[in-house]
Design a protein. Structure first.
Ligand SMILES: Nc1ncnc2c1ncn2[C@@H]1O[C@H](COP(=O)(O)OP(=O)(O)OP(=O)(O)O)[C@@H](O)[C@H]1O
Length: 748
């Protein structure tokens, strides 16, 4: 028989349902069995006969046990609450949560700022805020001219607005007329088509009409279907637009900034420019801005090509040059790389012409050379050269011009010359001559396309260059006579294509200073260059000279003056700047001195390419590296084009004279050989030397005057003796003896 406790039934829930009834560790709780209550008249159940293992407890024990259970349950809850709270705290204080929260909040603030900016712009537009502010700035600076200009602009704008308003009803009426007309036209067309179909027997009039009606029904149904999602998405679009506006105009509070922010694009407008200028901490600018005055904009910030352009009149006492010299600092304030920010001097020293590239817009450089895989060139129309900062392709004009290119080592001079010569090579009528008085392979790929090619710094190579320049000089003269014959002032495309000896000729002298400063041949090279640049351009001859920093010793003034194309990579001072970009360029604000070596590799200030006084250009780049040779395919293509045109290599029919490597001649010994015992006038000795070695370039075309000059360089003075300049064999042999003893002295 089972015993059971029949006092007051327990009010607690069935404990077997709750896992929290587990005893806490170390606590042994007796298990309590509650026996079901039964009505005294109820029939006996199997339970009544079941034997239950149990312990009889007193009321007191039973209460104690219940209390222990409640305590255990409470402790279980507490543990859970602590665990959840800890979890919440970990999530809430995690860096990711903080960043996400900040980003969300910042997005909210930015969106609000966008809405506020719209409001401000609407207000500005309705009250001509831009003009008002500029008028205020002009007044503050006492700039009467600007004040008059901005007042005039404001009045003109008001006038335009008034006119637009007055025109509004007319425009609305015009638009209505167009809509009504189009509708009537459509109806008439449908009827006409229906009629035509009916009459031609190809269909029924009614079917055409019902077809058109069905199409219209379909269009209206589609609009109705698309309308609901569109209306639902509209608020999201508006918020997005407000956010974008906020990003453009507003600035989130600093405490909301996240690390990602620094990398984000900053919109370039009057506010950001003013902030960036303020950050330069130039006292005059800061004092001006502190008065709450806006900067005076001659051109307000506006999109221009791949960036933003603005022209600012700086506060008194600050030159644009001062700003330009701190280009890198200014760039940080505009969230840009130094090479993306271009401050230059405007029309006056105090006017800052600022162009700021869109973030990353200049990273690609000028992009690939446009004629890399196909295309030909007409040199009379110029050759592809690069892209302006604004992203416009720039063509280098070549005919009736000469080019000088210069800059610090490694900034892109040779590459720029390569791009010009590659363009010239792609004109099948053009002749190429390349001289590199230095040991480098920058132009080796051009060799098969050249009628003359000399590379190397040895004396005999310089002598060869001299001989070739003499030949070119003679060609300049011969072409002059041809122009007289054809009665034209300058070579035309038509004449150039005719194979009459007036084809375009491009001659490149790389590292020109090496040839010009050569102790023996430099003087004559220099003189020849002057004549060639002066006279050659009308005669279809274009000379390109490339040098590092042109000075009066490294480049004759008459050469720089006659080069209407100037290409200046980063240069060190205003002398080199003006030699490349023309007299007064530096003072007028056209400055390659402001290019940063390294940062601006491949970027040059050029003159003479467009109608502008100067342009900043990213030059195309043609690689000559062995594993990425881009020039050879161009040259092969150009040779194929020449062959297809049924021409020979332009200028290639003349024999190319090669000098044996290492060959040297001694003028004194040669004179000793050709002279007898009596003095002979220099003019007669020169041909004797030419006859002695016709292949030796310095003796080709040798004149008496040049011979005397060369002897003077060797310390042998030839007396004029009534302009006959007799060369005395005795003097020559004495000089030989002196040279021999000098050699002995050296040996000792
Ligand atoms: N337009 C360009 N675009 C990109 N990179 C360029 C450009 N021009 C030059 N470079 C880089 O600069 C390097 C040096 O160029 P380059 O040899 O033309 O300079 P340089 O001024 O002729 O130097 P040097 O006086 O030492 O001969 C090139 O190898 C190339 O890596």
């Amino acid at each position: 028989m089972s015993d059971h406790h029949n006092t007051t039934p327990p009010t607690v829930e069935d404990p077997t349902m709750d896992t929290r009834d587990q005893p806490t560790p170390g606590e042994e709780l007796a298990e309590v069995h509650y026996l079901p209550q039964r009505h005294p008249d109820a029939a006996p159940t199997p339970m009544d006969t079941e034997v239950v293992e149990a312990e009889l407890v007193s009321d007191e024990d039973w209460h104690r046990l219940q209390q222990a259970k409640r305590l255990a349950r409470y402790q279980g809850y507490r543990r859970d609450i602590v665990t959840v709270a800890r979890g919440v705290r970990t999530v809430a204080t995690h860096q990711h949560t903080k960043t996400a929260g900040k980003t969300l909040l910042a997005a909210g603030v930015t969106t609000l700022q966008g809405v506020e900016s719209w409001g401000r712009r609407a207000w500005d537009a309705s009250t001509m805020g831009v003009y008002r502010r500029q008028i205020k700035a002009a007044e503050a600076m006492g700039d009467r001219e600007a004040l008059a200009e901005w007042t005039e602009r404001k009045e003109a704008s008001a006038e335009r607005r008034h006119k637009r308003l007055m025109d509004l009803p007319k425009i609305a009426w015009g638009v209505s007329k167009v809509i009504l007309g189009s509708l009537a036209g459509c109806v008439a067309l449908t009827l006409l088509v229906g009629l035509f179909v009916q009459l031609s027997g190809s269909g029924e009039f009614v079917k055409v009409i019902s077809g058109v009606l069905a199409a219209m029904r379909w269009i209206f149904t589609s609009i109705a279907v698309a309308w609901t999602p569109f209306v639902m998405a509209l608020p999201a679009f508006v918020l997005l637009a407000a956010y974008r506006e906020g990003r453009r105009r507003g600035q989130a509070p600093a405490w909301l900034a996240t690390a990602r922010e620094a990398d984000m694009d900053a919109a370039i407008d009057e506010t950001t420019i003013a902030r960036a200028l303020e950050a330069l901490r130039i006292p005059q600018i800061n004092a001006y801005l502190k008065q709450g005055l806006p900067l005076q904009y001659l051109t307000t910030a506006r999109a221009d090509g791949r960036g933003t352009h603005a022209v600012i009149r700086l506060p008194a006492g600050v030159t644009a040059e001062k700003i330009a010299r701190r280009r890198a600092d200014l760039a940080t304030g505009l969230h840009r790389l130094a090479k993306e920010v271009w401050p230059t001097t405007g029309s006056e020293a105090g006017i800052l012409d600022l162009w700021v590239a869109d973030k990353g817009a200049l990273a690609e450089g000028a992009g690939p050379y446009p004629l890399l895989t196909d295309g030909a060139v007409d040199v009379f129309k110029g050759v592809p050269f690069g892209k302006t900062l604004r992203g416009n392709p720039l063509v280098a004009p070549l005919m009736e011009r000469n080019t000088i290119t210069g800059g610090m080592p490694g900034q892109g001079k040779s590459s720029a010359a390569r791009v010009i010569m590659a363009g010239a090579a792609l004109d099948p009528t053009a002749e190429l001559r390349i001289y590199v008085p230095d040991a480098n392979f920058d132009f080796e790929a051009f060799k098969p396309r050249c009628s003359r090619y000399v590379m190397g710094a040895e004396d005999e190579k310089i002598a060869q260059i001299l001989a070739d320049l003499r030949e070119l000089h003679a060609e300049v003269q011969a072409r002059g006579e041809l122009l007289i014959k054809f009665e034209v002032p300058a070579v035309t495309r038509e004449l150039a294509s005719k194979n009459v000896g007036l084809h375009p000729l491009f001659c490149l002298l790389e590292e020109a200073h090496v040839a010009i400063q050569h102790p023996k041949y430099g003087k004559e090279i220099s003189k020849l260059l002057v004549d060639i640049v002066r006279l050659g351009r009308k005669r279809g001859i274009h000379l390109i000279v490339s040098t590092q920093a042109p000075t009066k010793d490294s480049m004759p003034r008459d050469v720089t003056r006659n080069c209407s194309n100037g290409i200046a990579f980063a240069v060190g001072d205003h002398v080199a700047n003006d030699a490349l970009l023309g007299q007064g360029a530096y003072a007028a604000g056209h400055r390659a001195t402001e290019l940063i070596p390294g940062t601006d590799k491949g970027t040059a200030v050029v003159k003479g390419f467009t109608g502008e006084r100067s342009d900043i250009v990213q030059v195309y780049f043609l690689d000559v590296a062995r594993d990425n040779d881009q020039v050879t395919p161009i040259i092969e293509r150009s040779l194929a084009a020449i062959e297809d045109a049924g021409r020979g290599l332009p200028g290639g029919d003349r024999p190319v004279r090669e000098i044996e490597p290492g060959k040297q001649r001694d003028l004194l010994e040669d004179l000793d050989e050709v002279l007898g015992n009596d003095p002979v006038p220099a003019a007669r000795v020169a041909p004797l030397l030419s006859a002695l070695d016709p292949d030796w370039p310095p003796y080709q075309g040798l004149t008496g005057t040049r011979l005397c000059a060369e002897l003077a360089m060797l310390g042998v003075k030839v007396p004029s003796s009534k302009n006959r300049y007799p060369i005395d064999p005795v003097t020559i042999r004495e000089a030989l003896a002196v040279a021999a003893t000098a050699d002995l002295d050296d040996d000792e």
